[in-house]
Every structure is written in C-alpha cells, then in structure tokens.
Design a protein around this ligand. Structure first.
Ligand SMILES: NC(=O)c1ccc[n+]([C@@H]2O[C@H](COP(=O)([O-])OP(=O)(O)OC[C@H]3O[C@@H](n4cnc5c(N)ncnc54)[C@H](OP(=O)(O)O)[C@@H]3O)[C@@H](O)[C@H]2O)c1
Length: 241
C-alpha cells in the first residue's frame, strides 16, 4: 500500500460528471481510482480501471487492483449508469430496456457490497450515489431511467441506516439537467425542446455544470454528519420528493 490521502473510487469516471468528481477529490488530496468500461485515464486519477460493473468477476478484479495499488477504498462515488435511453412511454417500455436501466441500480448494490466490508474494517467510509432528479419529477419517456435511479437512491438510504454505526455515511446527489461547458456536441431537437422546458423551471440563470455536481459530492464526502440525505443539484428547479 502506498502512503497518502484516502483512497477514492469513482465509477463512471469518464463522463463529464465523473471527470469533475475525480478532479475535485484529487484536489482534496484523495488518491482516486477512475473506473469505466473503457478504462480511459482521467485527469487527477492515480489508477484507471476498465470494468463492466455488470460482470461480478471484473468488478472483484478491479477492486482487488485498487486495494493492491493504493489500499482499501474509503470513498465510493458512483456516477456510472447505462445510456438513459429517454423517449419510450412506460406503456410501451420493452422489458429488456427496463432491465438494462435497472442494471445500473444492481451495479450500485454490487459496488457497495464489494467496498463496504473494507470500510467497516477502516471504521469509516463515504458512499455517494449520483442519481437524477427524474427519480422524483417525471419527464415524458424517462420511466425506466427514473425507476433505476429511484432504486439506486433507495439502496443508498438503506445503506446509510445500516452502516452508520460503522462510521460509514451514504448520500445521494440528484442532478437535474447538467450542461457541460467542455461539450461541443449539439443536442438533438427533442433534447433541446426538453432543455427549454426545464430552463423555464430554474431559479438560477443557468443549469448546473459538472463542477457544480462535483461540489455537492465534495461536501458530502467532507461531512461526517450528513448521511441518508439527497442533494438536488437542479439550479433551483423545485423538486418535491
Ligand atoms: N449529464 C446529465 O445531464 C445528468 C443529469 C442527471 C443525472 N446524471 C447522472 O449522472 C451520472 C453521470 O452522468 P454523465 O452524463 O457525466 O455520464 P455519461 O457521459 O453518461 O457517462 C457514463 C459513465 O458511466 C460509465 N458506465 C456506464 N455503464 C457502465 C458499466 N456497466 N460499467 C462501468 N461503467 C459504466 C461510462 O463508462 P464508458 O464511457 O467507458 O462506457 C461513463 O464513464 C449518471 O449516473 C447520470 O445518469 C447525469
């Protein structure tokens, strides 16, 4: 094991939010392992891991590599999720599409099951699940995604209750629409229309950025007293959960 700050694992590290979380945790002194299917390196990480979270053997091997390289994981931030696949009403939802979305929540459970025993041995730990405001505010065609995020958030709140006495906190960050200033891609016509509709609901002038989501993650990682909470990073769009 190498000396240094706490060991963090960021799953879904290659997306805009994951990249921002890796940068933020590294700036706070954590030694960050960045996990994605591609295994691409991310600025600020000490280790990049290629792993499909749906493959238990690959997950175990990735975590073993982190433990061998840096030590037990003290901070887990899970920003991984299958492509959202918005657009299909619940009444027309293909069971396979729904199962693919729910696999994102199952992967969260598998990640927690793999890292929590090490956190218990350390006597401390932080789990942050990146959900989505859709879990509480229906949008047309977002049913499978919303169900998966609600399941992941429920698992996280359970974990908070069950592991608190071990010094482990577990919290949810639920972004609404996030605008990535580094993205050059134009949204589709339907995404642009949805963006205009959501923009009318904001209190603030702009949608949050990936760095804004990372700031919420950072707060939850820093706090020993916040657990079982959900931070809605929506730019002020009111969410009634
Ligand atoms: N962006 C938004 O506006 C927004 C809004 C609300 C909530 N969210 C949530 O925030 C999180 C991050 O979103 P994002 O837009 O930054 O990410 P993204 O661009 O959708 O990237 C998803 C990340 O998850 C990884 N991933 C997906 N399936 C995986 C699997 N089976 N095993 C391992 N890694 C997997 C991807 O790795 P590969 O690239 O290698 O496949 C990638 O790193 C997601 O959970 C998303 O639902 C995003």
């Amino acid at each position: 094991m190498t000396a240094g700050g706490p060991v963090a694992l960021v799953a879904g590290a290659t997306g805009p939010i994951g990249r921002a979380v890796v940068r933020a945790l590294a700036a706070d002194g954590a030694r960050v392992a960045a996990l994605s299917r591609s295994g691409d390196r991310v600025d600020g990480c000490v280790q990049a891991l290629a792993c499909d979270l749906g493959d238990p053997a690959a997950l175990d091997a990735a975590l073993s590599a982190v433990e061998a390289g840096s030590g037990p994981v003290e901070i887990l931030v899970n920003a991984a999720h299958p492509p959202a696949g918005f657009g299909t009403p619940v009444a027309e939802l293909d069971p396979g599409v729904l199962a693919a979305q729910l696999a994102g929540a199952a992967a969260h459970a598998a990640l927690c099951a793999r890292v929590v025993p090490g956190m218990r041995r350390l006597g401390r730990g932080r789990v942050v699940y990146v959900a989505g405001a859709s879990m509480a505010r229906p949008l047309p065609g977002a049913g499978g995604y919303a169900a998966a995020k609600a399941a992941g958030a429920a698992l996280t709140r359970q974990l908070a209750l069950e592991e608190g006495t071990a010094g482990i906190t577990a919290n949810v960050v639920a972004p609404g629409r996030v605008l990535d200033p580094e993205s050059a891609s134009e949204p589709s016509a339907s995404a642009a229309a949805l963006g205009q509709e959501l923009a009318r609901r904001l209190a603030l002038p702009t949608f949050p950025s990936p760095d804004d989501v990372a700031a919420a993650v950072r707060l939850l990682v820093a706090s020993p007293a916040l657990t079982g909470q959900t931070l809605w990073v929506t730019g002020g769009e009111p969410i009634t959960a």
